[in-house]
Design a protein around this ligand. Structure first.
Ligand code: FES
Length: 82
């Protein structure tokens, strides 16, 4: 059975200042903040120093983790050609 293509979009969060771990698991597109359920991947530690709304990557292909850099739009264009 073939997996259905996923329409990716970033997740906007306004996190309090502190240390967080971005979920880098390639097969978990719903998690942004690590829940320690990983088996074969390493979460990315990052620090928020100022509370403000930011876009976090859910496609796990960003070049600027944990933040969305727009790469998901290229993936969506490949998965859903017009
Ligand atoms: S969700 Fe935008 S780059 Fe991953």
């Amino acid at each position: 059975m073939q997996n259905e293509p996923i329409l990716f979009k970033s997740l906007k969060l306004e996190l309090e200042p502190g240390i967080y771990y971005w979920c880098s698991c390639a097969d978990n597109f719903e998690l942004v903040i690590c829940d320690s359920s990983h088996k074969d991947c390493v979460p990315l530690q990052f620090e928020i120093t100022e509370k403000r709304l930011r876009s976090y990557c859910t496609c796990k292909q960003t070049k600027t983790p944990p933040f969305c850099d727009g790469t998901h739009k290229e993936i969506n264009a490949l998965n859903f050609p017009e």
